[in-house]
Design a protein around this ligand. Structure first.
Ligand code: SMG
Ligand code: MG
Length: 369
């Protein structure tokens, strides 16, 4: 497949409710939506970088710049397929979220032309996957309990609580005491703690959590390993893992016993699968993380989460938890699970009027080296 060019859009989707984490509060999701146009048809991708470089060093304007200035030119004139796209971008360092968006759109286009679904291409083995929901930091415990109640009533298979210093033991205790021992409960600190907090965080062992996600700085595997040796609760890494090599290293050093895999964070669905394979070889369970994706990323993440090693429920919630109207058809929860799309490629496309309504800027990038 030969690339003709890429339509790059910036979108802004209002969130149903603001989402607060230790990194800040979001009330809308801005993202880049890419449409690649090639001689075999079209394909869609999404860049999950945020406006500011808080979750990771990437940010939306920078991602657009690197796609326009380096990634699209590097693909011009090549015969593109799933193997060659990664190879063609190999000499360009970093920018995994921008890279992932480009790879996703090329994969979607290539798979559509071959009438193959992304999940079949990746090796998915399940028609539907169990999913959870990520609950932000709230003003009050009452507001938290009300939100958790709503999600459990909806049928989510797991509740993840965002934590930060000052909002950790109490909310976890309140949720555990209110909803009982059977609820699968996890916490995610988004790097808000330092090694000096290890004693404090170890008190979370009292609440039967399924995992504690990314308490410390991304580069501090030593702190995670020290903590993991100290607590009974499994330690899960998110921000620290940006490649299969990182995953192997973190596992070897005892820094985690579970991995959150996000295609955007690791440079695409193909590297995500490699992390899955490395983890599986070490007997480490993985689950699919979320970046408040649009329906495009949600479809891709469901395809990925159907792989055999994804044994824990992912942060892939129903559309209504995020958006009043998404750019694709809505995804719905069915008894704690969501169906994996089976149509070719991602299995969904943006609805033109919905995409138009949330577009805040658009450009055409011709594929010239
Ligand atoms: O997509 O449901 C979702 C969001 C899940 O909590 C979520 N994501 O660190 O895992 C994480 C966060 C990152 C996004 S908020 C900065
Ligand atoms: Mg996380």
């Amino acid at each position: 497949m030969k690339l003709e060019g890429v339509e790059l859009r910036r979108i802004a989707l209002p969130l149903v409710t603001p989402f607060r984490t230790s990194l800040g509060t979001q009330s809308e999701r801005t993202a880049l939506v890419l449409k690649v146009v090639g001689d075999e048809g079209e394909g869609w991708g999404e860049c999950v970088a945020e406006d500011e470089p808080t979750y990771s060093p990437e940010y939306l304007t920078g991602a657009a710049e690197v796609i326009r200035g380096f990634f699209v030119p590097a693909l011009a004139g090549l015969d593109l397929n799933p193997a060659s796209v990664g190879h063609a971008l190999r000499h360009l360092r970093g920018h995994p979220m921008a890279r992932s968006a480009v790879e996703m759109a090329v994969l979607d286009c290539w798979l559509r032309a071959r009438r193959t679904s992304l999940t079949d291409h990746l090796g998915g083995v399940r028609p539907s996957v169990r999913v959870g929901v990520s609950v932000g930091i709230m003003e009050t415990l009452d507001a938290l309990l009300e939100t958790v109640d709503k999600h459990l009533t909806a049928g989510y298979a797991r509740i993840k609580l965002k934590i930060e210093p000052g909002w950790d033991l109490e909310p976890v205790r309140a949720v555990r005491e209110t909803f009982g021992a059977d609820v699968m409960l996890t916490v995610d600190a988004n790097t808000a703690y330092s090694p000096g907090d290890i004693r404090h965080l170890a008190r979370l062992d009292a609440y039967g959590l399924a995992l504690i996600e990314q308490p410390f700085e991304p580069g501090d595997l030593h702190a995670h390993a020290t903590f993991a040796a100290r607590v009974d609760t499994p330690v899960c890494l998110d921000e620290s893992i940006t490649s299969a090599a990182d995953a192997a290293d973190a596992i070897r050093r005892g820094a985690c016993s579970i991995i959150n895999i996000k295609p955007g964070r690791v440079g695409g669905y193909l590297e995500a699968r490699r992390i899955h394979d490395v983890a599986a070889a070490h007997g480490v369970p993985v689950w699919c993380g979320g970046m408040l994706e649009t329906g495009l990323g949600r479809a891709g993440n469901l395809a990925l989460a159907a792989l055999p090693g994804f044994t824990l429920p992912g942060d892939i919630s129903a559309t209504e938890r995020y958006y009043h109207r998404d750019i694709t058809r809505p995804f719905v929860l069915d008894d704690g699970t969501m169906a994996v799309p089976t149509d070719p490629g991602l299995g969904v496309v943006p609805e033109e009027d919905a995409l138009e309504a949330v577009t805040t800027g658009s450009e055409w990038i011709p594929a010239v080296p």
